[in-house]
Design a protein around this ligand. Sequence first.
Ligand code: ZN
Length: 200
Amino acid sequence: MSAAGPEIERLIQILAKLPGLGPRSARRAALHLVKKRDLLMAPLATALQTVMDTVTVCRVCGNLDSKNPCTVCSDPRRDPGIIVVVADVADLWALERANAVNARYHVLGGTLSPLDGVGPEDLAIASLVTRAHAGEVSEVILALNATVDGQTTAHYITDLLSDAGVKVTGLAHGVPVGGELDYLDEGTLTTAIRSRTNMG
Ligand code: ZN
């Protein structure tokens, strides 16, 4: 039994699927939106529609942006010699928030996980190898989670790039074992990438 009609219930159900929002918070958020119709709901609806219409996966790095190639890939001030490899777009955004490195990125779309049936062909690994072989690239930084799957992926890629003529580095101290990059504070993230070490 609910006091709200089916339309608002539908909104609550959708909001409840967002990370960090359970059914209770979703209900509060929906009520807040309905109350702030002009101030919040209308701009939100417009923003959602705009993002929906414009955002695509960057064909170079896998970032999500309304530009393709994305803002990072098309920024001439970025060092084209360094590619930072991340598992997820969230990690790319975390590194950018931390202002950790002035490089380009490559989003794998996950990490190798034999238990979950995720193999190399399920990730953007072949395109990374192609990019790493392009002459301008001198270093590949593996900014992967300090989890078993993250480190398995790091070692797999290190082996794969052994003949690419690039330096392969990984995040140094500061990343706790089992740590996921998106949850680290910006200082830790920046330290980890600046004091990176050689892989393999
Ligand atoms: Zn890009």
